[in-house]
Design a protein around this ligand. Structure first.
Ligand code: SAM
Ligand code: SF4
Length: 460
């Protein structure tokens, strides 16, 4: 009999990828996905610990699900509740203590053992199962091969964990040490995704450009270790794979091989999310980012020399402990120097257990709010200018799904902008030249142009 599975995913693309793999892992056990938690046999909350009050949000969500679980029991059924992801990793014991109706808690490195955990929870109803270990065996060796159609644009995790220990960040504690999957496993997964209809693959990792995976020559002999640049070159040779992207990278790990891949591999899209966090060397040092603002400027220069149309995105934190007005001004200067196509910006918020959380010189909330507003105004202005400069150009758009209006499709430009255009459903999965006619705050609109030669851009 089919069992109903509901997974709620919070946070980053790596969690989206993990949730998809959990669903695949559970499919052979008879679980099929449902739209909501009501009536589900298994509910998994795949949590994220990056944002403020992450744990509080999980507890309030659990309160609502507990009511559904009790309703299910009154009807003679059973709902198993599992909490996964980074909040589970960081606060596993507390979740079990504060929410005794939760059956299973497991961290991001343990989900390949989910069938075993479910069996334990089923055998002893009432026993709570906790697995927040960082197992010696990499989970990728135990996950089944994906049988689910991936969609036009697919994610593929190539690297996990982080050894950088930025002083504001929980990731090294929740995701564990840096690990790179062997290149052959990644190539095999990419070929399966392409065979299933993917035209674009985004390589994922908490620190994706620190990738250093074991490689085999001709699938047999060891060919040493590959960096991300070599991996991208090999992936770009897969027939049918039209576009590659990667996220999230660290400025320190942009090596010559990666820069050369941006120069030589047309499938690698000219858009890069490269978080800088701050433009002040003092703050960057206190964050333990291990690079200066000028090193970031030089890295961007090297990348732009290799790929002149490269568009940049970034993450910023304002109000890090000790950040002065002059430090904040240095961030605005860096933003003006680089010119970002888009960016994410946050007020610093202390994460328990991280070094910066206990710093004495916390910045007052109103100052953080005022700086964030000023930074976001500048970033919005740059994003608007970048999008406006696309009007009149012909961009190759990979159509991904139907738009809101009938007869309309939505796709992505090389610069990751959402683009709407009128087109038939049969064009989903195609790369189509679109003349950009209008700009909305978060997307572009255009009309399909005469065919392009190849997948590149042509002048309007
Ligand atoms: N690995 C990436 C890097 O090196 O920048 C980022 C990973 S983190 C999941 C995503 C973003 O969340 C960070 O770039 C940072 O801007 C933000 N972030 C992380 N911890 C934060 C905190 N304690 N307060 C505010 N923002 C935070
Ligand atoms: Fe967190 Fe990124 Fe720093 Fe690693 S490099 S500690 S994931 S912000």
């Amino acid at each position: 009999m089919t069992k109903r599975l509901f997974i709620k995913t919070y946070g980053c693309q790596m969690n989206v990828y993990d949730s998809a793999r959990m669903a695949e892992l559970l499919a052979p056990l008879g679980y099929a996905m449902t739209e909501g938690p009501d009536g589900a046999d298994l509910v998994i909350l795949n949590t994220c610990h990056i944002r403020e009050k992450a744990a509080d949000k999980v507890f309030s969500e659990l309160g609502a699900i507990r009511r559904l679980k009790h309703a299910r029991e009154r009807q003679g059924g059973r709902m198993v509740i599992a909490v996964a992801g980074c909040v589970a990793q960081a606060e596993g014991e507390e979740i079990l203590a504060r929410a005794p109706f939760v059956d299973i808690v497991f961290g991001p490195q343990a989900y390949h053992r989910l069938p075993e955990m479910l069996a334990r929870a089923a055998r002893a109803a009432g026993e709570q199962v906790l697995d927040t270990s960082f197992p010696a065996e990499p989970k990728f060796d135990f996950l089944p091969q994906s049988g689910v159609a991936p969609g036009v644009s697919a994610f593929l995790t190539v690297q996990e964990g982080c050894d950088k220990f930025c002083t504001f960040c929980v990731v090294p504690y929740t995701r564990g040490a840096e690990y790179s999957r062997p290149a052959d496993d990644i190539l095999a997964e990419a070929r399966r995704l392409v065979a299933g209809g993917a035209r674009e693959i985004t390589l994922l990792g908490q620190n994706v450009n620190a990738y250093h995976g074991a490689a085999l020559a001709d699938g047999l002999k060891s060919a040493g270790e590959w960096g991300l640049g070599e991996l991208i070159r090999a992936l770009a040779r897969i027939p049918g794979l039209a576009r590659l992207r990667y996220t999230t990278s660290h400025p320190r790990d942009v090596d010559d091989g990666l820069v050369a891949a941006h120069r030589d591999v047309p499938e690698l899209m000219p858009f890069l999310h490269l978080p800088v966090q701050s433009g002040s060397d003092r703050v960057l040092a206190a964050m333990n980012r291990r690079h200066s603002a000028d090193q970031y400027r030089r890295t961007v220069e090297r990348l732009r020399q290799a790929r002149p149309d490269l568009a940049l995105s970034s993450d910023f934190i304002v109000g890090f402990p000790g950040e002065s007005e002059a430090d904040f001004r240095a961030t605005l200067d860096l933003v003006r120097d680089i010119g970002f196509a888009q960016a994410f910006s946050f007020k610093y918020s202390p994460r328990p257990g991280t070094p910066a959380a206990s710093a004495a010189d916390q910045v007052p909330e109103p100052v953080k709010a005022q700086r964030l507003a000023e930074l976001q105004a500048l970033l919005r202005q740059q994003q608007r200018a970048f999008n406006a400069a696309c009007v009149g150009r012909v961009l190759p758009v990979l159509f991904e799904r139907p738009g809101r209006r009938p007869g309309q499709l939505v796709g992505r430009s090389p610069y990751l902008q959402a683009v709407h255009a009128d087109a038939g459903m049969e064009r989903i999965g195609e790369i189509v030249p679109v003349t950009i006619r209008a700009v909305a705050p978060n997307s572009l609109a255009g009309v399909i142009s005469p065919p392009l030669g190849g997948t590149g851009e042509v002048a309007a």
